[in-house]
Design a protein around this ligand. Sequence first.
Ligand code: PLP
Length: 432
Amino acid sequence: MFSLTKLPRPFLDRGEGIYFYDETGKRYIDGSSGAMVSNIGHSNPRVLAKMKAQMDRSTFGYRLHFRTHASEDLATKIAEMMPEGLDRVFFVSGGSEAVESCIKLARQYALAKGEDSRWKVISRFPSYHGSTLGTLALTGYDPLARPFDPMLRDMPKIAAPRTYLDRDNLTEEERGLKYAELLRDKILEEGPETVAAFIMEPVGGASTGALVAPDSYFKRIREICDEFGILLIFDEVMTGAGRTGKFVASEHYGVIPDIVSMSKGLAAGYAPLGAMVAKGEIVEAVEAHGGFLHGYTYSGNPLACAAGLAVLEEMQEQGIIENAAKMGDLLKARLTALMERYHFIGDVRGKGLLLAFEFVSDRDTMRPLPKEWNAYLELVELAYERGLIIYSRRTRGGSEGDHFLVCPPLIITAKQIDELMAILTEALDAFA
Ligand code: PLP
């Protein structure tokens, strides 16, 4: 084998709805939408037909030579679906590129305003923002970043609000405010005049196991950014395109960020696509100051954009985002009920169909399972053998703790949730 894949996996034959089939005909429930990507399920015939129609016309046109209807129409659709004011769209081919674009726009906005000293982007720990050197500098996940330390610009980080680990007497609202103040403290420590932006995942992804912050956190974070003239970036690469039961997760909190990164569910695995969406005034300031010095060969690729447009139309026509909210509540309740049966499940969390459960040795202290258990790999394999794909990564900063993401395609039905839970329970029984 010449590829860099670690695990010996079967060859994929095809995907259909929420299922995958390997070459031997074995069926798998895609309980993680790949890597939280396939939001509308696999092989959707209407999406494929619209992609074919685009392919027959053109698959590539360089953005400096032509505009394309595919990218213009998708940008219009995204602007329509986004919260008020987020209406300028820049297309890329994936999540890391989307976040990288956000950082560069934030820096160029500072320059456009004559604030040359602002270049730092504060992020959180743990977090995941991508694998390029720029995005890795923001990522709070040591095992991935450590080898590249000498090549990374040291960016300031604050603790993410993992309130499920807290054993204080505060209310959730007070905890949210307590964690938000960490941002204010960090800005003052760094010097407000050096900070361009703060970036966070509105609902955590793989690095935190679907971390949900208290509602109070969001409003306060927005106030703090405004107080110091710092841009608020929401990394919605995983949460965007309906995953949490709204088009973007910020809608749950009534807070509008200045710049948003999206990818994964945007073209839902039908093509590599990502987007940076920004407020008009930011883009206009940068344009007036010589333009956005950034871009990729495949930015605005018409085939990827046609796929993205078809995916979003399908989401709207089939009520897929509403289904994610409804099925998310159902699946979360079913996962929570597992805590009765398995004492090692310490927490179930998440929003919509971005859900996770965490293994612990002791629920009261949330002490993790011993490292040597490698539970995060073992349970994934037990489920895989039985035809269920779930996603796991060792968490709590990468050194301890095991969480599992359960994030099926947003088209899942109640009956299919029964199927998923039956296999998951079998795998948990085999683990116990
Ligand atoms: N940001 C977040 C929140 C993510 O979850 C990911 C991927 O998991 C990325 C950025 C990077 O996306 P990609 O792997 O498409 O480069």
